[in-house]
Design a binder for this molecule. Sequence first.
Ligand code: NDP
Length: 446
Amino acid sequence: MKKIIDQFITEVQQRNQHEPEFMQAVHEVAENVIPYIVKHDIYHGKNILMRMAEPERVVSFRVPWIDDTGEIRVNRGFRIEMNSAIGPYKGGLRFHESVNLSILKFLAFEQVFKNALTTLPMGGGKGGADFSPKGKSDGEVMRFCQSFMTELFRHIGPNRDIPAGDIGVGGREIGYMFGQYKRLKNEFTGVLTGKGISWGGSMIRPEATGYGAVYFAENMLATRDEGLQNKKVVISGSGNVAQYAAEKCIQLGAKVLTLSDSSGYVMDPDGIDAEKLAFVIDLKNVKRGRISAYVDAYPSASFFKGERPWSVPCDVAFPCATQNELEENDAKQLAANGCVCVSEGANMPSTPAAIKLFHAHQMLYAPGKASNAGGVAVSGLEMAQNSLRYSWTRNEVDDRLKNIMADIHSACVTYGKNGSHVNYEKGANIAGFVKVADAMLAQGVV
Ligand code: NDP
């Protein structure tokens, strides 16, 4: 089996030189899916995983814009349309200085499996630009978004490709891009998700990824007759996903000890409660400040510059910042400190070596493609509401989100159960694969 997997990886590697994040994502899937293909004749000899590892289309384009000093700046924009077997391309846009083809292809590849797991009819895509909104004025962000959409609008549409937010793309950026799309096309359609409530957005969309990761953790803990009540929780990040993961943990009676950003983490031994979280949300979303400011407002907390929060003893960890932010040594520390559950809010935050350690310690570990699927699931519900020209209530959307997360959990258990342990990574990869592969087989070689 190892030989077959190695052969496959070598071939993908040859076509995708210098794309480490993409190769990491493909490798992880191949290790679970190839043994499954070998055992199931219908998928055998169809080169199906190789077809899934090749994007249907990649668009790369120039994004020129003018900064506040009048200087002309140039960034690079991308859209990866990875797989449309089960629905139109769907996936977020990331604006961050680190964005490149490898990162977006890994995200698009993961998105294909994630979207399949939601049970909603959405294919997978991802896009973005090597532009960071951090430190830019509102005017600069608006001009960038308008220029970005002036090219992207040709490639997207409500039945073709429906982008959403990701790192660096929140409500403000979605608003500017939606406005430009509407102006260029002269039509008001649900071409982006994550829209404001008064112009086509869905209740619970901002909360969905964080809430979903917490619902998924609750489902995992329930398999051991446990819940989040009174659990000590460590969260990385302080953006959209981290904020709402924290909110839901607090509502469920857990004690949230940490939040972070790219400059370090804060640890509050008294717990980050609803009032302190409101301070963080205002700090990050309105003042666009740094997490270190938390200790000025709450002096009993400490700031650890340049560090990640994984050494803080906890029961449950939610990595909600970015890829490869939790490495082998971090996993060792979590396990040694008694952490029993890791639910990924971010995409691919744990390195392969860290994941091996989680399995070795029989921890409840959920990969992002399962545990953070709540965001795209509610995006799917936003698309449904846009098509119906109707809005569901907050409770209706939240109930649907809870059910979807429970269904994803069940699918992972179905394909990942091994004795008393569930390998959620294997379960998510195979469940996602089966759905997409069946549709691809039915549609012929296209
Ligand atoms: P935001 O931009 O709202 O927040 C990102 C957070 O992560 C910030 O606190 C940021 O800190 C931190 N961060 C970003 N890059 C790094 C880095 N290299 N090292 C350390 N910290 C970093 O993004 P989201 O919350 O939307 O996204 C977070 C993760 O969740 C990403 O992996 C994303 O792909 C994933 N995700 C998001 C979904 C969504 O609906 N938004 C859906 C599914 C997954 P700083 O401010 O210093 O940059």
